[in-house]
Ligand binder design. Structure first.
Ligand SMILES: [Zn+2]
Length: 133
């Protein structure tokens, strides 16, 4: 069976720097220069103080599992089940979603430490999470 392409992000004026950083294997967050809030997803203004001013910061790539789900039914032809999707609270505060890359018998739970590794897909690198050893 031919491999079905993954859906790709559609960068816009606000999100282009975020996606470009990922192609350099860096996860970037916006930090408000008005109130220091680190925010994700990328957006034009701070949800806390409504400032338009921000700087990009680079995530350490480390976090802990906040929640997860194991997908057992195929919902998109590019993603063959079963696979595990994690919601990870990053050290900088924001929570991001990505797949877990681990063996089927890997053991993990809420609060298990994980870190990002990168998969290079055509045109876009994307993060996956790996359990800390
Ligand atoms: Zn702010």
């Amino acid at each position: 069976m031919a491999e079905f392409p993954r859906p790709s992000p559609l960068p816009d004026r606000d999100t282009a720097p975020f996606w470009e950083a990922q192609n350099n294997h860096e996860l970037k967050f916006q930090r408000c220069t008005g109130c220091e809030t680190v925010r994700y997803p990328v957006g034009p203004l701070c949800p806390e103080c409504h400032s338009f001013d921000f700087e990009w910061i680079t995530s350490s790539g480390r976090g802990t599992i906040y929640s997860y789900t194991i997908v057992r039914h195929q919902t998109h032809p590019a993603f063959a089940p079963p696979y595990t999707v994690l919601l990870v609270e990053m050290e900088e505060g924001p929570r991001i979603i990505a797949q877990l890359q681990a063996s089927e018998d890997a053991r993990f739970a809420i609060d298990t430490p994980v870190h990002i590794e990168w998969e290079d897909h055509p045109g876009q690198a994307l993060p996956v999470f790996v359990l800390d050893s």
